[in-house]
Write a protein that binds this ligand. Structure first.
Ligand code: FMN
Length: 181
């Protein structure tokens, strides 16, 4: 499956990038590429009809992918601005996220592992301009808490989390295949 990942942290030693890099290796049967959302300019409605080439290319990447994985930290009980900015671009003019299968994953150093950010992200993704198909949360909430103790040398090294991730990835794979119109 062709998958595009959006990572909500730009930090060099990001725990969310650690999870993403682990997934790229562990689920090598998928082709996972990571979008460079940190290079997107701030969304500006004045230019949305003729967006900068980098925005155009990003929207095409999203349009061409079978599924999206969002791996994000929680910033101030919500999602980071860099991720919201990317989603704002995607929510206008060509609505490339409508019906797009999305899996949400998050890693934080705290106890509840981005639960508030993920809840907020679900709300954002259900807005009319995005209207994505997000994997239902029951049994599928990947909340990597205490991530600083679970990432070693840039890779997720917690066996229990990895096994749970395997289960969710399998369910997401089946769900995408059976629910694609
Ligand atoms: C601006 C900022 C806001 C944060 N807000 C929250 C928060 O609301 N809840 C939380 O659990 N952690 C919060 N954190 C801690 C992050 O979970 C932690 O820094 C995490 O490692 C960030 O992800 P990264 O490693 O992928 O960069 C915040 C961190 C920053 C820098």
């Amino acid at each position: 499956m062709k998958v595009l990942a959006l990572v909500g942290s730009l930090r060099a030693d990001s725990f969310n990038s650690c999870v993403m890099e682990t997934m790229k290796e562990r689920y090598a049967a998928w082709s996972i590429s990571v979008a460079d959302i940190g290079s997107l300019p701030f969304y500006n409605q004045d230019v949305e009809l003729i967006p900068p080439p980098i925005v155009k290319a990003f929207k095409k990447q999203v349009s061409d992918t079978e599924a999206i994985i969002i791996v994000t930290p929680e910033y101030n009980w919500s999602i980071p601005g860099v991720l919201k900015n990317a989603l704002d671009w995607l929510s206008r003019v060509e609505l490339v996220m409508v019906g797009k299968p999305v899996l949400i994953i998050g890693a934080s150093t705290g106890m509840i592992g981005t639960l508030r950010a993920q809840t907020h992200l679900r709300q954002i993704l259900s807005g009319p301009g995005l209207n994505a198909r997000v994997l239902p949360p029951a049994g599928n909430e990947v909340l990597v808490n205490f991530a600083d103790s679970k990432c070693k040398n840039g890779r997720l090294a917690d066996e229990q989390t990895l096994l749970f991730l395997d289960q969710v990835i399998n369910r997401f794979n089946d769900w995408v295949k059976t629910n694609t119109p």
